[in-house]
Design a protein around this ligand. Sequence first.
Ligand code: ADP
Ligand code: ZN
Ligand code: ZN
Length: 709
Amino acid sequence: MSFLLSVLVPTPAHSQLSGPLSYRSAFDLPPGSLVRVPLGRRETLGVVWDRPGTEQGLASDPEKLRDIASALTGLPALTPNWRRLVAFAAAYYQRSPGEVALAALPPQLRELSEQQLQRRLKRPLARTELAQGSASEAPALSVEQQAAIDGFGRCAGTSLLFGATGSGKTEVYLHCVQELLLRDAQAQALVMVPEINLTPQLEKRFVERFGPVFGAQSVVAMHSGMGHPQRLRNWLAAHSGVARIVLGTRMAVFASLPHLQLIVVDEEHDPSYKQQEGARYSARDLAVYRGRLENARVMLGSATPSLESWHHSRSAEQGGRYARLGMPSRIGTHAQLPQVRKVDMNQQPKRAVISPPLLAAIRQRIAAGEQSLVFLNRRGYAPVLQCGSCDWKSSCPHCSAFRVFHKADRSLRCHHCGYAEAVPRACPQCGDLDLATVGRGTERLQEHLAELLAEVRRPHSVSPARPEGDPVRIARIDADSTRLSGSLQLQLAQVHSGEVDVLVGTQMIAKGHDFRRITLVAAINPDGALFSSDFRAPERLFSLLMQAAGRAGRDADISGQSEMWIQTFQPQHPLFEALKRHDYPAFAAQQLGERERAGLPPFSFQALLRAEARQQNVAQGFLAAASAAAGEQLTQLPGFDLVMLYPAVPMEMQRVANVERAQMLIESSSRTALQGFLAAWHPVLQSTRRGAAGRGLLRWAVDVDPLAI
Ligand code: ADP
Ligand code: ZN
Ligand code: ZN
């Protein structure tokens, strides 16, 4: 006797075979079982999906039915909720379930034999001895922390922990996790952070707290920076229930956690929760969905919540769905948020990069033995190199962007396609030697600060050899300075140990780090985002500046004098006014008002159809044809009149690596109508792709709830 199984395999997103395939098996396997099956001439990993039955997709021709190659019977089946999560994510983000499911499983599952897996599975299980030492003491909770925890305990579903930077949100997460794990001997928790860089820090804190209590295997990490064997081991630990806590980046939202009861999303506003290729899911949104599905509680935490989450956490009378838990104060009796000082750059010497008052303030901090952080969101030396006599600029030949001048290795590098060349000695167009840099990146800022502070000496390092003191140390942390693995941790350690006086960096240093000695943070040139065409730019700027400000004065003893400096040509701008008062609610109210009047998210729902081709007109042609086909074929669809299709336009970064990019916005006041439309449109898009309008097209993709428009 043989059984019919429907099996999900890694099918490409847009292929016709996007549902499960049928296979024959000598024995019955429950849904969620992992199997190896032949697919074409390869063998691939698959997941047994639904109960076989009469569903479509099951082969009608028994002759063509193939046998499964093997079953990974040593592994427990993936839970129904895990499969529902995958099915939902695939449907919502318009991808095939096979692609989403297989991408969520560790790559080594595909390669190892049943025996090898068995051995791996035993390894972590055999090592549940307690970690050395005693658990790190939990501090006594502050009144606000206790109130937030009590509030969280009272409400089921999703809560938004709206806590100032340094208010002790992490301690609240630790407490809630601990409470759960002590109450229920099986329960598991998922804690997500936006950046890989922040996981080691958090992992250390969790391991120190919980390792001795729940075992060395109780905390595992999950992020894309891990090697395959490690990722498999951690996945198995979570899947088998040995790991009680999974810490990870956005991919961890798909971790197999059979006893999941709590999900924490730290810095929930962070754009890196949105996957930007393949299935473009929002891990934050999926976490909320997964919480409902698994009846697990969800805590979203931020000092500057996304406007979506803020909107959802308005009062229940106003229709809010999340509980809002506020922690406005910093930990420590004297701890205050830094004072915000605006410098009106219209009043400063022309071309000043660091205004005289800011420079004086930095000097004072150095004299006091304190650290300053100078923030500029642009790496490299100068964004453009330009010829003084003709109109030559360092454009990238492959992209609609300039190549950035990097002085350290004297190269011109495109930050979009990676194309790099040595800096030319003379203008490639007219031969003139007068090549000048335009604008300023972190590399140049570091150099400039070194000149400005050349005479200054660090007071606290007076050694007999150099009675006059040591020169000021200026460090830089950005994607260039941290290219080598481990270098970021090393550089951060130097900041923590006080070896650095001034730290220059991009947004990489604005987020999350618990710097104890920084008392001054300065944003050199934040104005750009005020005039961006992207309606989310002000939201991102505000949260970035609040985050950056949050790096200052984290040590309660010195926080009283900490400052956040903003150099701006728009000192009256409401965004900076709200920042000055640390008033996120006022900023959010103003932004939400604007969005409501303009019918933008969260008051409407959006998707983008993107197309790429060698020629712009081909990319736009495909979009236009897809739009026209919708107008012809889908008018009878319920809710179609609620869906608005905008004209196709070139993307802001129109060309990258010689590929032309275009997009089309689809908008609706109803999420259901938009979802219904996208589902019905999918086959239309596929046939448009196969038709004349698809000729020359390289790729197309749908981005649901896009972050950048
Ligand atoms: P946030 O995540 O809100 O920015 P953290 O959780 O990093 O804040 O806490 C800021 C600092 O305060 C950390 O060094 C943390 O160890 C400390 N801290 C948190 N809660 C307490 C508490 N109840 N008592 C003493 N120190 C605390
Ligand atoms: Zn020239
Ligand atoms: Zn390029």
